[in-house]
Design a protein around this ligand. Structure first.
Ligand SMILES: [Zn+2]
Length: 96
């Protein structure tokens, strides 16, 4: 499955609810899932980490649907197989 397909799947399943909730509340859900991912990593709970990564991607896709962003296009536009800062395929930036 490609990123665009994942976003389309989330649209099919949840857009009727996501669009009613709106961008602000959907963003809050995404932030909650990011927090839970951090907690799972902190706890070293492999199953929870996997589940929280899925939730973060799901809510990111929902938020993109609500605000009308094509995630795959946006991602590839900024990250076309190389670092957007140094332009190399293996990042040679001094920091990060
Ligand atoms: Zn770089």
């Amino acid at each position: 499955m490609e990123l665009g397909e994942a976003q389309a799947m989330m649209r099919r399943i949840y857009y009727h609810k996501d669009s009613k909730r709106g961008p602000g509340k959907t963003w809050e859900w995404l932030m909650e899932e990011v927090r839970e991912l951090g907690e799972a990593i902190e706890a070293g709970d492999e199953r929870a980490i996997e589940a929280e990564f899925a939730d973060v991607l799901a809510w990111l896709a929902s938020l993109a649907n609500v605000v009308g962003i094509d995630l795959e296009r946006a991602f590839l536009s900024k990250y076309p197989g190389r670092c957007p800062k140094c332009g190399r395929t293996v990042c040679m930036c001094a920091t990060g």
